[in-house]
Design a protein around this ligand. Sequence first.
Ligand SMILES: [Zn+2]
Length: 155
Amino acid sequence: MTEKNITTKVQVFAYTELNEEDKKLVDMAKQATQASYAPYSHYHVGAALLLDNGQYFIGANQENAAFAGICGERSAIYAAGAQYPGVPVRKLAITAAQDGEIVAEPVAPCGVCRQAILEFEKNAPHPIEILLAGREQVYRLESIASTLPLCFKDF
Ligand SMILES: [Zn+2]
């Protein structure tokens, strides 16, 4: 028997340490929390992404009584995919708000969103940089695959 250790590199930034492009994405994600429709969870997720063609997209979770809503991350990436099919996603920022405030700790995407974003990453010529934002700190990951060790993939 042998053991394998799988590690994920996370760079931790103060918001003020981010470059201007990353600040803009985080700001857009924070703003997008206000577009969330979350009468059941009261957890307002906002996402913002930048495509390689320079276009930005936002997303926010949209719930319904059947609990068959969609997360903020997927609403953003699917909107981008519908508008610009095949254009790679360069970066994706994610955050959330509760009780009208951005949450203190950075938030990470759910497993379904990780798998959905991975599909976009596998079709792109480069990884998708992920920014997970809390009120003050931002975690930067070099790819969505790094959030999904031993992921299910056909490539
Ligand atoms: Zn999700």
